[in-house]
Ligand binder design. Sequence first.
Ligand code: AMP
Ligand code: ZN
Ligand code: FE
Ligand code: FE
Length: 292
Amino acid sequence: MTKINTWDMHCHTIFSDGTHTPTQLIHEAKEQGLAGVALTDHDTWSGWEEAEVAAHAEQFLLIRGSEITAKQRNDDKKPTSVHLLAWLYNPQGKKLNDLFQRTRQNRLNRAITIVNKLSHYYPIDWESVTNEIKEGDSTTVGRPHIADALIKAGIYHTRTEAFKGALSKDGPFYIPVHSPTVEEVIEAIKDAQGVVAIAHGGSLERNTQLLTDTDIQRYAECGLDGLEVWHRENSIEQQERLLQLTKHLHLLATGGSDWHGPSGKLNQLGENTTSEDVVQEIIERGYLPVIQ
Ligand code: AMP
Ligand code: ZN
Ligand code: FE
Ligand code: FE
C-alpha cells in the first residue's frame, strides 16, 4: 500500500478513547510517511491544542476534527448507531458545542451506570475507571476506559477481549449512548461551517440494520459532504456500494484507519487513507485552515 500523498482522516487519542497523545499521533504519522493526519476524537475538540503544537514542531500537516456520536431512529426497529466525522469546523459553533456537552455528559452517566452494573460481578468500581481516564474532564469517556479497568483488575488481557466479554454490545451490561439524530449533527456541523462524512457506514459489526441508500441520499440533501468508504469494518462489498453511492450522490470518498494507538485497537495508523485531491476539496470547504 502506498502512503505517499495520502492522509489518514480518522484517528483517536487520550482525549477520547485512544491510548496515545496527539503529540505521539503526529510523530507516528510523520514516521509513516503520510502526507498529513486528521485528529478525530469522539465528541470533543479538546485535543486540538496539543496536536497543533506538535504539528508546528514536527512541520507536519494536521486537520482538526472530531468523530460525533449520532443515531437514526427506525420505525419499530432498533435505532442505527451512526458516527459522523467532522473536519475543519469553527470550534466556537454554539450548536455543536451544546451538542458535545450533552453527549459527553450522557456518555459519562452511561459509563457510571454500566460500571455500577458490572461492579456486582467484577472487581471494578468507578474510581478504578477514572484512573484510566487520562485527561480528566477533557476526556470523552467510553467503554474502552472500562475495558482498561477490567484489564488492570486482571479479568482480561486486551481491550478486544473485554469487548468480546463483559462489554459486548449484545451482553447484559450494555447500554447505548443517548445521542442526537444524524440530521441534528449535520445541522450543527454546517452551522459551524465544517465538512462532514459518515464514518464506517458499512460496518455490520456495529449495526444489524445499516443505513440504506435512501437514508444516505436524505443526509446528502441535509448537507452531508462524504462517506468514509475505506475503513476496515466496511466489507469489500460495502466499500463498493459506498463508493458507487459517492459517485451517484456527488459525495467525497474518504478513508481512515480509526487508529486508537497500538494497544488501543488492532487498527494500524495509515492502513486506510484519503487521497490528496479529496483532502484538498475538504480544505476548500472547511472553515479552519490546515495546520503545519
Ligand atoms: P462506546 O463509544 O463507549 O460505545 O465504545 C465504543 C468505542 O470503543 C469505539 O470508539 C470503538 O472504536 C472502541 N472499540 C470497539 N471495539 C473495540 C475493541 N475490540 N477493542 C478496542 N476498542 C474497541
Ligand atoms: Zn473510539
Ligand atoms: Fe466510530
Ligand atoms: Fe473512530
